[in-house]
Design a protein around this ligand. Sequence first.
Ligand code: FES
Length: 107
Amino acid sequence: MLYEAMELSELIQVFKRKVVIEDTAILIVWLNDQVYAIKDRCTHFGASLSKGTIDQNKVTCNSHGASFDLATGQLIHKPHIGPLKMPAKDTKTFPTVIKEGKIYIDL
Ligand code: FES
């Protein structure tokens, strides 16, 4: 089902934004002229990915460095404390649709 998330022009200005739709926190990112929507919860200890860093095609969690592919949700780098790597898993992404200047997310 499609849910209206925000205006595309607003996302282009702010680059990233956290929204909550149907109790699901989602990070929306404008990158390389595309919109990405990824679950805003790190699969390691649940930190908000919207507080993380966007770099090329991924978002990196600020807590322990886990990074996820914005398009697929695939875990790219495992979380770590110093040299100690820790387990985490892939996360969820959501299809987006742009219609009449608004971003819709398919939940
Ligand atoms: S909570 Fe995200 S890397 Fe630990």
